[in-house]
Design a protein around this ligand. Structure first.
Ligand code: FES
Length: 110
């Protein structure tokens, strides 16, 4: 069993350092919800089905994450609000050992 350390800034600007398990097939969106860093019902609304864009986060560190897929990009730029250059949909990023040291900020509610 191994955990990775991830820093997450919530929507109030508070930074949380969490340990995320890499052996539970979780993605970042599910991890953020599991730690209750967002208000219930305002984040990850579609459950990771690439239908809502509510799981948007900003990537703040240069940690390597999987590249954005076409569907993620299309949804982000059609449904996302407050979209920035470093925006990602967190449900599309699996928690793996490569994420050690990742820093992200949860985007404001749309
Ligand atoms: S949870 Fe809906 S797109 Fe990520």
């Amino acid at each position: 069993m191994s955990d990775v350390k991830i820093n997450i800034i919530d929507r109030e600007g508070t930074e949380h350092e969490i340990m995320a398990p890499t052996d539970m097939s979780l993605n970042l969106m599910e991890t953020i919800r599991a730690y209750e860093l967002v208000e219930e019902g305002s984040f990850g609304i579609c459950g990771g089905m690439l239908m809502c864009a509510s799981c948007q986060c900003y990537q703040l560190s240069a940690t390597p994450v999987p590249e954005m897929g076409e569907e993620e990009e299309a949804l982000l730029y059609s449904d996302g609000v407050h979209v920035k250059q470093n925006s990602r949909l967190s449900c599309q990023i699996p928690v793996t050992e490569e994420l050690e040291g990742l820093k992200i900020e949860i985007a404001p509610e749309g």
